[in-house]
Design a protein around this ligand. Structure first.
Ligand code: PLP
Length: 348
């Protein structure tokens, strides 16, 4: 049985969180001389002289309408990378506990594990880029706290079988983190709706990809109220700045434009796949549920270098296990994709 208290670090269980100036009074007030801010304003058109809402309530309220989950089940971070780090700091004792990652996958899980001095046990995906459930079961021991599943997966682009993820959720006594950074491009359903079903589920999403706000650094975690409380306790008090909160709120009121771009991206992806299949150096293009494609080629390094010389940057993933010969290409605008194709015509 999953018990949050069994996997929480002792120091976090006993932590008294930082109490901000604004936390310490109740009632109405109009004069704020409690936080050593500049009372006069900011040397800018918009005033940012006051500290932001530590719990980002307005943004969460809007997200709650869009995602269909109460604000108390939402954590906001300085990118979802911050949420990943906070999960390590909340649940993994450095030098003692371990997590499971399933490469080839997003690189931050390993980096965050290393920063926190936590062992990341690797259980490779199968040849079809799906979970090796037996291998995962063998790798789990009493100190395994987190399993990271990225779906749709970066860099392979495919979604992970839903039944396999549910098997993990039902049987693992630690937390299953499902990173849905690319869910807006996918035909698969989000796992957010399963939060009521599984107490050990954390779903990560971000405004950095489909929402077009990578520069603002706003990431989300959806989980039980208890897990969200822990994450809020561990996070830096003002982890999402006021400008990002205001702009995120504005953007979240403009869903229709984002949906238009998603549709266009998927059309462009299909066209790009068809066009790329005509090149001799393209051996395979993997099915994608994301805004990028993984392309197996005869000579990844040479193609990558040739594109760089022509001012086009893609991602060389050929050194990654199970991605030998592979390049990862983000879907661009129609013009950018045309430029990519016409440049590749000149590759020989
Ligand atoms: C891009 C990406 C992220 C990064 O999210 P931020 O919110 O920008 O930190 C997280 N997970 C995956 C799988 C990604 O590809």
């Amino acid at each position: 049985m999953f018990e949050l208290n069994n996997i929480l670090r002792e120091n976090i269980k006993n932590l008294t969180p930082y109490s901000s100036a604004r936390d310490e009074y109740t009632g109405e007030a109009s004069v704020f001389l409690d936080a050593n801010e500049n009372a006069y304003g900011s040397p800018l058109e918009t005033a940012y002289n006051r500290y932001p809402d530590p719990l980002q309530y307005q943004v969460k309220l809007k997200l709650s309408q869009i995602k269909g989950v109460p604000p108390r089940n939402i954590f906001l971070g300085n990118g979802s990378d911050e949420a990943i780090d906070i999960l390590f700091r909340s649940f993994c004792n450095p030098g003692v506990d371990n997590v499971i990652i399933v490469p080839p996958t997003y690189g931050m899980y390993q980096v965050s594990a290393n920063i926190n001095d936590v062992e990341a046990r690797k259980v490779l995906l199968t040849e079809e880029y799906q979970l090796d459930l037996e291998g995962i079961a063998e790798a789990i021991d009493k100190n395994t706290k987190l399993i990271f599943i990225c779906s749709p997966n970066n860099p392979t682009g495919n979604s992970i079988n839903r039944d396999d993820i549910e098997t993990l959720l039902a049987n693992f006594n630690g937390i299953v983190v499902i990173d849905e950074a690319y869910i807006n491009f996918s035909r698969q359903k989000t796992f957010i709706q399963e939060l009521t079903e599984y107490a050990n589920l954390v779903v990560l999403q971000t405004l950095s990809k489909a929402w077009g706000l990578a520069g603002l650094r706003v990431g989300m975690a959806f989980a039980s109220e208890e897990i969200i409380e822990v994450m809020n306790k561990v996070k830096p008090p003002y982890n999402v700045n006021e400008a990002s909160q205001q702009l995120a709120l504005q953007a979240l009121n403009n869903v229709s434009l984002v949906n238009l771009w998603i549709k266009e991206t998927l059309e462009q992806r299909d066209q790009l796949v068809l066009a790329l299949k005509n090149f001799d150096f393209v051996l395979d293009i993997y099915p994608s549920d994301a805004n990028f494609i993984l392309v197996k080629t005869t000579n990844a390094k040479a193609i990558y270098d040739f594109l760089v010389q022509n001012g086009i940057i893609i991602r060389d993933r050929s050194k990654v296990e199970l991605c030998e010969g592979c390049l990862r290409i983000t879907i661009g605008t129609p013009d950018e994709n045309k430029t990519l194709l016409s440049t590749l015509q000149q590759y020989k």
